[in-house]
Design a protein around this ligand. Structure first.
Ligand SMILES: CC(C)(COP(=O)(O)OP(=O)(O)OC[C@H]1O[C@@H](n2cnc3c(N)ncnc32)[C@H](O)[C@@H]1OP(=O)(O)O)[C@@H](O)C(=O)NCCC(=O)NCCS
Length: 273
């Protein structure tokens, strides 16, 4: 089938949050309805319907400095290999091109097979790790830090100003910004597990100390999307009970844009970068 054949692409609205959540839940992803609302409110989300049923999506979330994040590329299993993901990502790229944006994404292995063909080039490797918490009484949480401190550190590391995104995360019930000497991280709710990230630290020891302090204070399963070149951090996590669930490949389409000044230890999530 040619890439332009088939049902039309439509732009989705905030009222499609639940239908989007059905797709990400089918893929066993961790997004909540609130996450979908971020994409639908702050970004452009394309979809394909089969009758009234939403069967495929892709989102473009603009960031500062002519950057944008592509994510939520999902096709329900009965409609795969019909070119839907390719068409939807093409629509995101066309929107980015019209607005002069460089597009980034963090690809699952399935996604990387689609994006490589479209001209994305690989950059950074990430690893998703999970920690199943033992049943026990939680310790008190590490001290809280301010949103401004997190924003400043995030900007230094990513090169993007993600004030809107970090503010939305921080305002959710269940979110907290935790800090310990030399490290800061955001913890938020997910559908099946709490998520730690982004996480910034002066060194691997400081990053591990903060993750351990957060883990001691939590009772639900935890996820973290670690930056693979931070090898001492990754090794420290796996040595303390975290298991690697899957890799993600960061990819870029378009010219390199301003890089950050420091490498994070964990990102906000593959869907947000
Ligand atoms: C990845 C996913 C979005 C692909 O959707 P899709 O509509 O089937 O993709 P397309 O039909 O556009 O595929 C285009 C090409 O990519 C490649 N491709 C797609 N899925 C593939 C897979 N599972 N394995 C290997 N190659 C694959 C093929 O070359 C395919 O062309 P072909 O069918 O002519 O051989 C879909 O499998 C999915 O929703 N997976 C679960 C969620 C996920 O991993 N999303 C990606 C997040 S980064």
């Amino acid at each position: 089938m040619a890439a332009t054949d088939g049902p039309p692409l439509i732009k989705l609205g905030v009222e499609d949050a639940i239908a989007g959540l059905v797709l990400s839940t089918e893929a066993k992803w961790n997004q909540t309805e609130e996450d979908w609302r971020v994409f639908l409110r702050e970004g452009v989300v394309f979809g394909i319907r089969n009758g009234p049923l939403l069967v495929a999506t892709a989102a473009l979330l603009p960031y500062s400095g002519n950057n944008a994040w592509i994510s939520m590329v999902l096709v329900t299993s009965s409609h795969r290999r019909r070119g839907y993901a390719s068409r939807l990502v093409d629509a995101c790229l066309e929107t980015a091109r019209k607005n002069g944006l460089t597009s980034w994404l963090d690809a699952t292995p399935d996604g990387a097979a689609v994006y490589g063909r479209l001209g994305f080039t690989p950059t950074l490797q990430l690893r998703r790790l999970k920690l199943i918490m033992p049943v026990r009484l939680p310790a008190p949480p590490p001290p809280a830090a301010s949103l401004d401190t997190l924003r400043a550190r995030d900007r230094r590391a990513t090169g993007f100003d993600r004030a809107a995104l970090l503010t939305a995360f921080a305002q959710r019930s269940g979110s907290r910004i935790a800090a310990s000497p030399g490290a800061i991280a955001l913890v938020r709710d997910g559908r099946t597990a709490r998520h730690i990230g982004p996480l910034f630290a002066d060194n691997a020891g400081d990053s591990l100390a903060l993750v351990h302090a957060i883990a001691r204070s939590e009772t639900a399963p935890l996820l973290i999307d670690a930056v693979a070149p931070q090898t001492a951090f990754l090794e420290g996590l796996t040595a303390s009970g975290w298991t690697v669930e899957r890799p993600f490949q960061r990819m870029r389409f378009g010219p390199a844009t301003s890089a950050g000044d420091e490498m994070p230890f964990a990102v906000a999530g593959p869907e947000f970068g």
